[in-house]
Design a protein around this ligand. Structure first.
Ligand SMILES: Nc1ncnc2c1ncn2[C@@H]1O[C@H](COP(=O)(O)OP(=O)(O)OP(=O)(O)O)[C@@H](O)[C@H]1O
Ligand SMILES: [Mg+2]
Length: 416
């Protein structure tokens, strides 16, 4: 039985915001299955927060001290995916000048997260099924059978049953991968969580860029709550950050809110409970391009204003950095007509850079420990208390911790 305090611990560790029962239920399921070596399939719409879950599973399993490798199956070209996953022998194909380990060898004893698993080519699916059934695989260009001990967690935003019906995904592999399924609820079904996330993203943005925070009035909140959020938390974050930038210090009402949701006004339609329409990625891609374009334009305007009014240099530096970032946002994995993938974006720090990596070997402990540093926590609490004018109930709500915990922390850090 998973306790509420276990769920809270996970939310704090991974900075997951929200209290919706369906979200809590997903975290509880991940914790329940973590110690048992079964394959897990994470299902949820694009941007819903699936990527936390394989990490929750890995860090709560007996494999936690071994490697965790995340592979974006949708971003690796079909011709190289077998060699990436299973490795190859020298001379296996033109250009294979030396032999190479695949991720299944690299992560032996650990966990592999296969993101966008529906995009795997059928030939790779056959190899994957074999690994799942017997732990055996063969490197590309080799005849020698190798053994590996890997746990697989996969994720998809596609309708897998349909993919099986269409002959794009092997039925036997689907069943093998989805021994346990975890459904991540779409944002529109998470009620008040939408407002918690809105506040968190806007306040974080204001803090990080030293800008005055925005307020959302009741009419704006109603609009936020009735919007469909087809791109889920990712979309909410993008839009709220734009608002936090361009409306810094202002109170946002419904009309203002609508200015930031123009391309998708159709999504203001009332939400039909339980509806589960497939999100159109073309629409999201179009929206993201529009947002980048708008952002660049507005940043240029701000820069011109800042230069005119002689604003302090640190703000100039922030604006310059933001401008650089918005310009460097480049789309990756351009979808073809037949295999439409969700757009992914990554910061391109170098114009001549190599293709964006699709694999991350993550040291989850090192990654998350930064957030537990005492001074970071103290600072976060001070900012939140200031924003909420010392009101502890509101502060605790914003920080997603209980009032009792906040009270203890205030004492601990001598903030009262
Ligand atoms: N409950 C949450 N609290 C805080 N941040 C969240 C939450 N859910 C999602 N996010 C943030 O939203 C963004 C999108 O989440 P994520 O990348 O996990 O989506 P996804 O479900 O994998 O989508 P896709 O199918 O498009 O890959 C990330 O920046 C993630 O940190
Ligand atoms: Mg993802």
């Amino acid at each position: 039985m998973i306790k509420d305090t276990d769920i809270l611990r996970i939310k704090q560790r991974f900075s997951i915001i929200g209290n919706a029962p369906a979200l809590n239920n997903a975290i509880a399921r991940a914790l329940q299955v973590a110690p048992i070596d079964l394959s897990v399939l994470i299902i949820g719409e694009s941007g819903a927060g699936k990527e936390f879950f394989p990490q929750i599973i890995h860090t709560n399993s007996s494999r936690k001290h071994n490697k965790y490798i995340a592979v974006n199956c949708g971003a690796i070209p079909e011709g190289t995916i077998d060699s990436e996953l299973f490795g190859h022998e020298k001379g296996a194909f033109t250009g294979a000048i030396s032999s190479r380990k695949g991720y299944f060898e690299e992560a032996n004893g650990g966990t592999i997260f296969l993101d966008e698993v529906a995009e795997l080519p059928l030939t790779t699916q056959a190899r994957l099924l074999r690994v799942l059934e017997s732990g055996e695989y063969i490197k590309v260009g080799s005849s020698e059978v190798q053994k590996t001990n890997i746990r697989i967690v996969a994720a998809t935003n596609k309708d897998m049953v349909q993919a099986v019906k269409d002959g794009k995904f092997r039925e036997d592999l689907f069943y093998r991968l989805s021994t346990v399924q975890i459904n991540i609820p779409p944002l529109r079904e998470r009620g008040n969580d939408i407002l918690l996330l809105t506040r968190k993203f806007s306040n974080d943005f204001a803090d990080n860029h030293r800008m005055p925070p925005v307020e959302f009035d009741q009419s704006a909140k109603d609009a936020i709550l009735s919007y469909r959020w087809p791109g889920n938390v990712r979309q909410l974050k993008n839009i709220v950050e734009q608002i936090a930038l361009f409306e810094a210090g202002n109170t946002i009402n419904r009309d203002k809110m609508m200015d930031y949701l123009p391309a998708i006004a159709d999504d203001m339609k009332p939400i039909i409970a339980g509806s589960n329409s497939q999100f159109d990625y073309n629409q999201e891609r179009e929206l993201v391009f529009k947002m980048i374009f708008q952002m660049q334009k507005k940043l240029e305007q701000i820069e011109a204003m800042v230069n005119d009014t002689g604003t302090p240099t640190h703000i100039n530096a922030d604006v310059a950095a933001l401008k650089r970032e918005s310009k460097q946002l480049v789309p990756i994995a351009t979808p073809s007509a037949s295999t439409l993938r969700q757009p992914s974006f990554e910061l391109n720090h170098d114009d001549n850079s190599h293709p964006v990596h699709d694999v991350h070997i993550v040291d989850i402990d090192a990654h998350t420990s930064i957030k537990t540093l005492e001074d970071t926590e103290r600072e976060t609490i001070i900012h939140a208390l200031e924003r909420n004018r010392g009101k502890r109930k509101k502060t605790a709500e914003e920080l997603n911790i209980s009032e009792r915990t906040l009270y203890r922390k205030i004492k601990e850090y001598g903030l009262d």
